[in-house]
Design a protein around this ligand. Structure first.
Ligand code: R1P
Length: 290
């Protein structure tokens, strides 16, 4: 039995941070960073059966073309993803009354609709990227004993050698996407590649305002990293943690990102709203396909 201090429930029986009860969540979940993006996703739903918000975690559940979906915001960063994926999994795979893991486990489909910066000049602003892998520079996954079982260790070694990685920043980890879900979401409208997940927006992604970064050449090395035909396409702040925890818990996860900045070219989209809207429409259509 999992103790009250470890699996925290609110007085109404909902799980602590997400403020959700099991019946309020679909088994296909769209994760977005920005809470304001949730109503933009659910605006396309046929109906909204449930909505709630606690802190940065805003949730709308409904149907799109008859398919039951939940849109849920995570806020920014891999630390929040630890909360979101663990609590979502608990809603399906732990009996909240007996506080014991269920014998029959449910595998969820988890799709991120995010925004991101491209590392490649030929992946322009306003395009979409599907992450073949999440490359975590955030260390979150190392807290879990079985993490080595889902990590691409040889690829990690190649990455550390290529970038002459400074281990003061921890060890990067790499996890692949959910292959079944990828078949549904990847088309010729989408670039595919390795997504780097950083534990911050400025220094950890090589942005210098007033503080020098530990390795000013890192983004060039990310740009030129290539492992068995996979190159690094983009940088953001959630995908590696989503992929790592999903794989450990037996869920399918895919991250789709709208490219709003091109770090190689130094450009930024003229219309963030439009490219995000386009990604929402694309992702929903693909998810509704049988
Ligand atoms: C940084 O501005 C935030 O935007 C990106 C990053 O991953 C980070 O969360 O994604 P979202 O727009 O989905 O939040």
């Amino acid at each position: 039995m999992i103790k009250e201090s470890e699996l925290i429930l609110n007085p109404d029986g909902s799980i602590y941070h997400l403020n959700l009860r099991p019946e309020q969540v679909a088994d296909t979940i769209i994760l977005v960073g920005d809470p304001n993006r949730v109503p933009r996703v659910s605006a396309y739903f046929d109906t909204i059966e449930f909505s709630t918000q606690k802190r940065e975690f805003c949730t709308h559940t409904g149907t799109y073309k008859g398919k039951r979906l939940t849109a849920l915001s995570t806020g920014i960063g891999p630390d929040n993803i630890d909360i979101v994926i663990n609590e979502l999994d608990a809603l399906f795979n732990i009996d909240l009354h007996t506080r014991k893991p269920k014998e029959q486990l449910t595998s969820l489909n988890i799709v991120r609709f995010g925004t991101s910066g491209s590392l490649q000049a030929d992946i322009p602003v306003d395009s979409f990227v599907l992450s073949s892998h999440g490359l975590g520079m955030d260390n979150m996954l190392h807290a879990y004993k079985d993490a080595p079982n889902v990590r691409e260790i040889a690829m990690e070694e190649a990455f550390m050698a290529h970038t002459q990685w400074n281990t003061d920043k921890g060890r990067p980890y790499i996890v692949g996407c959910g292959e079944t879900l990828k078949q549904q979401l990847l088309t010729d409208k989408v670039f595919e590649g390795i997504t780097g997940t950083a534990p911050g927006f400025y220094g950890p992604q090589g942005r210098m305002l007033r503080l020098p970064v530990q390795d000013p050449t890192l983004n060039d090395k990310l740009h030129s990293f290539n492992y068995k035909g996979y190159r690094m396409t983009n940088l953001e702040m959630e995908t590696s943690a989503i992929y790592g925890l999903s794989k450990l818990l037996g869920h399918q996860a895919v991250s789709l990102n709208a490219i709003i900045a091109n770090r190689a070219a130094g450009t930024f989209t003229k219309d963030t709203k439009k490219v995000v809207e386009n990604l929402i429409v694309y992702g929903l259509e693909q998810l509704a396909k049988k």
